[in-house]
Ligand binder design. Structure first.
Ligand code: SF4
Length: 339
């Protein structure tokens, strides 16, 4: 091991010398800090890490990382990240993307990255608006949302990132909040450890065009009652007094109060993020309304990655195929001499 390989890099080592140009108070600042901390905690090395982004406010993050990076074109970050990972599977590859970049313009690339299960970590910054272009509704804006491009309210149903990820047969999905640096760092670390495509949705505040949209859920006053932090192997309990939990009611999840109607802690579901079956993960990822919003790692199931299968296939073909070099190839099959 040489000196460079044994170095432990700090969050500061992942900071570039570029001036950060987001609006003061934008949630992107907190995400940048959490990501740099997570990379340090994962023991990553800047020269073995690549951050790929598309277009949008959040996609500027690439400039602020002292890693390899590529600020690409709108919606194409997933395609470029896939190519980077396949070309050099040893790199730790991170895609940073907004809700418009990832789920509208880049929607197709996103679902295929997930389906193929390339080992790419997707940090999806969801502020439910196009900020860079000054406030048009995005594919995650709620139905009826009034914006510059929907002055009478949208008439379309939004995408829910967790639903889309699990629907595309995704094996890792987590959710965090921009201002919760600890939770964001923890979920980024878990995404980084996961082998395969990992999606972390960050509930992000755009102070300029969509301020405080998550406040009714994440405000200190309500957060304990309106969110649940899921931890693998632990009962799904929430509430200010830790007296509420989730149970199954037929095919659906239901919130119950411990101590009422004979409910004890033993009745509360235990979170199993690592099971292959994804129905309960889907239910957890889409909780809203009377059910608390799920935070933390919701699904974390490991299976073979695309690049493993791809590399193994090449090796297998190479051992079986008598064609070893370009010259062999050119002289194989139908060849003829020109006299
Ligand atoms: Fe952040 Fe919104 Fe400003 Fe963009 S417009 S940098 S998302 S606060």
């Amino acid at each position: 091991m040489n000196n460079l390989q044994s170095l432990q890099y700090t969050p500061k080592d992942f900071k570039s010398d570029q001036y950060v140009r987001w609006c003061p108070g934008c949630g992107d600042h907190a995400v940048l800090n959490s990501l740099q901390k997570a990379m340090s905690q994962l023991g990553l090395k800047p020269y073995e890490t690549a951050v790929i982004s598309g277009i949008g406010c959040s996609s500027r993050l690439t400039y602020y990382m002292n890693t390899y990076g590529f600020h690409t074109i709108h919606g194409r970050a997933a395609a470029i990240a896939s190519g980077v990972k396949l070309a050099n599977p040893e790199l730790s590859v991170w895609q940073v993307t907004g809700d418009g970049d990832c789920l509208a313009i880049g929607g197709n690339h996103f679902i295929h990255l997930i389906r193929r299960n390339l080992d790419v970590n997707v940090i999806l910054l969801n502020n439910k608006i196009y900020g860079l272009t000054k406030g048009q509704y995005s594919p995650t804006s709620e139905k009826g949302f009034v914006s510059k491009s929907s002055p009478y309210g949208t008439v379309e149903e939004p995408f829910r990132p967790g639903e889309l990820t699990i629907g595309a047969r995704g094996n890792f999905f987590a959710r965090t909040i921009d201002v919760d640096l600890r939770l964001s760092t923890e979920t980024f670390v878990e995404a980084g450890k996961h082998k395969g495509a990992a999606v972390v949705e960050v509930l992000l505040n755009c102070v300029i065009y969509n301020n405080n949209i998550y406040q009714p859920i994440i405000d200190k006053e309500f957060r304990a009652e309106r969110t649940i932090l899921l931890e693998h192997g632990k009962p799904m309990i929430f509430g200010k007094n830790k007296d509420k939990g989730l149970v199954l009611d037929g095919f659906n999840l239901k919130a119950v109060k411990i101590g009422e109607n004979g409910i004890t802690e033993k009745d509360i579901l235990i979170h199993d993020a690592k099971c292959e079956e994804n129905i309960l993960h889907y239910k957890l990822a889409t909780m809203e309304g009377d059910l608390p919003l799920a935070l933390g790692v919701i699904r974390d199931y490991t299976t073979a990655t695309y690049e493993e299968d791809f590399t193994n296939q090449i090796k297998e073909i190479q051992t079986k195929n008598p064609v070893r070099t370009l010259k062999d190839y050119l002289l194989s099959g139908e060849t003829w001499e020109i006299k």
